[in-house]
Design a protein around this ligand. Structure first.
Ligand SMILES: Cc1cc2nc3c(=O)[nH]c(=O)nc-3n(C[C@H](O)[C@H](O)[C@H](O)COP(=O)(O)O)c2cc1C
Length: 342
């Protein structure tokens, strides 16, 4: 599969070397520092911060610092959302000052609280305004600027190729396209072939995104879109090693640091949990970690009892949560394998 080996090769984004072509998608509330650190350690080519609202960043609002802070990874990429050119420019300057190597602009988020403020994918309804934001960011920083978009607002306005071309002319160095319209939200299947029209419209790298979860799908999206790289989001739920696993398989190597035994998996999940508690503090960390713990259970202990899930997902005692996680992930796995060996 020629396309699969392509995924292992590096990519140049405006002079920044990206080590391979399988990326972790930015996901608000999910791809925080502990998650990105793990995805990077497993071998993902590029990881991106959760979006940060440029207006809030420019005003110094609490919480923005955690989203943009440098986590020591070789490439620090920060995504900005917003609708005011002045805030986008200022936000980009602040992120670059924190060490961002690449600034991404969110023109794809479908959430009403974002599009209602005419940010995210709403910008695809007014390309002149979208361009004014791109120009503000490109003019504010010397690091490469990239844009993440959808195919368009709806089926009657598939203007991603036009936005990508104008973005390239304004100095953008890479675009990512999620193969859905805004009005589709997350319904239906991503249209991988439609991304090809963006690839034909520009000469900068194009990243294809939407519904990829395996090496086969990564190869197919590249083949159908002609894109240069693939970005993967939700397939990482309960498996931060997804992008890295595909990238290392494409290189003919075995996946890095993936937990392979029930004990290793329990240690991995507990350490992810503990990293979140130390980043956010116990009260906030407990709540924010629950979705991850739920996904780990869904994926790795689908037959855990409702009582066990409840203890893990509602307890306010970190020690109890960790102990119950170990019981569910290790003891049950052992008793299952003992049963199946008997
Ligand atoms: C919970 C969640 C949060 C997201 N947050 C962001 C975000 O902050 N910025 C962004 O550009 N896209 C965001 N996205 C979109 C993803 O980056 C990606 O485009 C989308 O999930 C499709 O890829 P997938 O099918 O591989 O998940 C988010 C998606 C989800 C599910």
């Amino acid at each position: 599969m020629a396309e699969l080996t392509t995924l292992a090769s590096p990519l140049d984004v405006g002079g920044v070397r990206i080590r391979n072509r399988v990326f972790l998608a930015p996901m608000s509330g999910i791809t925080d520092e502990p998650f990105r650190q793990r995805a990077h350690a497993h071998g993902a080519g590029l990881v991106v911060s959760e979006m940060v609202a440029s207006g809030e960043l420019a005003k110094g609002r609490a919480g923005c610092d955690l989203r943009i802070r440098h986590s020591g990874l070789p490439v620090h990429m920060v995504q900005l959302a917003g609708r005011e050119a002045v805030h986008m420019g200022e936000g980009a300057r602040i992120a670059a000052g924190e060490g961002a190597d690449i600034i991404d602009i969110n023109m794809g988020c479908p959430a009403k609280k974002v599009t209602g403020g005419y940010a995210g994918s709403a910008l695809m309804r007014d390309l002149d305004h979208a361009l004014s934001l791109i120009e503000a960011v490109v003019g504010a920083v010397s690091v490469p600027v990239t844009v993440k978009m959808r195919l368009g607002w709806d089926e009657s306005a598939l203007n991603a190729p036009m936005l990508a071309r104008r973005a390239e002319q304004a100095g953008v160095r890479m675009v990512t396209v999620h193969g859905r319209t805004r009005c589709q939200f997350y319904q239906g299947r991503a249209d991988w072939r439609a991304i090809a029209r963006v690839k034909e419209a520009v000469s900068i790298p194009v990243v294809a995104n939407g519904d990829v979860g395996s090496a086969e799908e990564a190869a197919t999206i590249l083949e159908q879109s002609g894109a240069d790289a693939v970005m993967i989001g939700r397939a990482h739920y309960g498996a931060p090693w997804t992008a890295g696993g595909i990238a290392t398989a494409a290189a003919g190597a075995s996946a890095q640091a993936v937990p392979r035994t029930p004990q290793a998996l329990a240690d991995y999940v507990v350490s992810h949990y503990e990293d979140m508690l130390s980043l956010y503090g116990i009260e906030s960390g407990l709540r924010q970690a629950r979705k991850h713990l739920g996904w780990y259970l869904d994926r790795h202990a689908p037959d855990a009892s409702a009582e066990q899930r409840k203890r893990i997902l509602t307890s306010f005692e970190p020690g109890d949560v960790a102990a119950e996680l170990r019981r569910v992930l290790v003891d049950r796995a052992q008793s299952t394998s003992l049963r199946s060996a008997a």
